[in-house]
Design a protein around this ligand. Structure first.
Ligand code: G3H
Ligand code: 13P
Ligand code: ZN
Length: 306
C-alpha cells in the first residue's frame, strides 16, 4: 500500500525524526531500499527523477515499486523528485505516484509561486501531495563564492509567504547543501539558524536535498578499484542529526548509494575477473546500497517507526 509524503512527513515532524527519500533508477536500487526499510521497520520514500523515468520507463518503475512494496508491511511513498515538466508531473499524478515535487527554484519568486500552485491545484483532487522548493542549491561545481551562496539560501519570511500562497504539503529549502559528490571545499557549512527560523515560521515539514555524506571509505574503495573520484566531500552525519533536530523531516539521498554501488561493482568485477554472471556483481552492489540505506535510517531516527 502506497501512502503520501504528507502522511509520512506530518508524522515525522510530530515525532522529531526524518524520513529518507532514496533515488532509484533500476531494480537493484528498488529492492535494496525496500528490503532495508522492511528490515529497519522504517517508513520510506522512493524518489524518482525525470531522468530515471526516461532511463527505465514510467510503467516499468511504477510496477516494480508496487510489486516490491507489497507485503513489506511498511508505509512507502512513490515520489517524483525535481519535477519540472508539467506533462511528466501530470502523468505521475494520474499514474500511481502518491507525491510529486515541483521544482520552481530556478524561477522568480512570483513565477515559482504560480507554477507550484498550479501543481497543487492539479494534485489535490487526486490525493497526491506536493513538495515545493524555494532557494537555490549551489555546490563547489557551481563556482559561487560564500557570500553569493548565502544570497541563494531560503529566506524565512519568503518561505512563510510561499507556503501560504501555494498550499504545498512540504517545502525544500536551501541551507548550504548541494547535489552530487562535491559539496564543500573546506569545512562543511550548513546554515542551522535558517533551518530553525524557517521551521518556526512555516507549518509544513521541511526537506533537505543534497544531503549525502560521501562516505570516504566508499570513495577510497571505489578509487582503489580504478575510479577517479577526487576531492569528494559531503554533509557530516552530525550535521544531519542537528538539521533533523532543528526541523528537517525529509532527507534526500542519491549520491551515497551511487558511490557505494559503484565501489562494490568495481570491486566485484576486479576480484572475479573470470565472472560473466551479472547477478554476481550486481548482487554485491545491491547489498552495498542496502547497507547505506540501513545506516541512513538509523541516522534519521526513522528506524522502528513503521
Ligand atoms: O537530485 C537529483 C537526484 O540525485 C537524481 O538525479 O536527475 O541524475 O536522476 P538525476
Ligand atoms: P545527494 O546528491 O546529496 O545524494 O542529494 C540527492 C537529492 O537531493 C535528490 O533530490
Ligand atoms: Zn534534490
Amino acid at each position: 500500500m502506497l501512502v503520501t509524503n504528507k502522511a509520512l512527513l506530518d508524522a515525522a515532524r510530530q515525532g522529531g525524526y526524518a524520513v529518507g527519500a532514496f533515488n532509484i533508477n533500476n531494480m537493484e536500487f528498488i529492492q535494496a531500499i525496500l528490503s532495508s526499510a522492511a528490515e529497519s521497520r522504517s517508513p520510506v520514500i522512493i524518489a524518482v527523477s525525470e531522468g530515471a523515468l526516461k532511463y527505465a520507463g514510467f510503467d516499468t518503475l511504477v510496477s516494480m515499486v508496487r510489486v516490491e512494496a507489497e507485503g513489506k508491511n511498511i508505509p512507502v511513498s512513490l515520489h517524483l523528485d525535481h519535477g519540472k515538466d508539467m506533462d511528466v508531473i501530470e502523468r505521475c499524478i494520474s499514474g500511481g505516484f502518491t507525491s510529486v515535487m515541483i521544482d520552481g527554484s530556478h524561477l522568480s519568486f512570483d513565477e515559482n509561486i504560480a507554477v507550484t500552485k498550479e501543481v497543487v491545484d492539479r494534485a489535490g483532487p487526486a490525493g497526491v501531495s506536493v513538495e515545493g522548493e524555494l532557494g537555490r542549491l549551489a555546490g563547489i561545481e557551481d563556482n559561487v563564492s560564500v557570500s553569493e551562496q548565502d544570497a541563494l539560501f531560503t529566506d524565512p519570511d519568503e518561505a512563510k509567504i510561499f507556503v501560504e500562497r501555494t498550499g504545498i504539503d512540504s517545502l525544500a529549502i536551501a541551507v548550504g547543501t548541494s547535489h552530487g559528490a562535491y559539496k564543500f571545499k573546506g569545512e562543511a557549512r550548513l546554515a542551522f539558524d535558517r533551518i530553525s527560523a524557517i521551521a518556526s515560521l512555516v507549518d509544513v515539514p521541511l526537506v533537505l536535498h543534497g544531503a549525502s555524506g560521501v562516505n570516504q571509505e566508499h570513495v577510497k574503495l571505489a578509487n582503489s578499484f580504478g575510479a577517479e573520484i577526487a576531492g569528494a566531500r559531503g554533509v557530516p552525519d552530525e550535521a544531519i542529526t542537528e538539521a533533523v533536530k532543528l526541523g528537517i523531516s525529509k532527507v534526500n539521498i542519491d549520491t551515497d548509494m551511487r558511490i557505494a554501488f559503484t565501489a562494490y561493482l568495481r570491486k566485484s568485477l576486479d576480484e572475479k575477473k573470470e565472472n560473466i554472471d551479472p547477478r554476481k556483481y550486481l548482487g554485491a552492489a545491491r547489498e552495498a546500497v542496502g547497507e547505506v540505506v540501513r545506516s541512513k535510517m538509523k541516522l534519521f531516527r526513522s528506524e522502528g517507526k513503521a
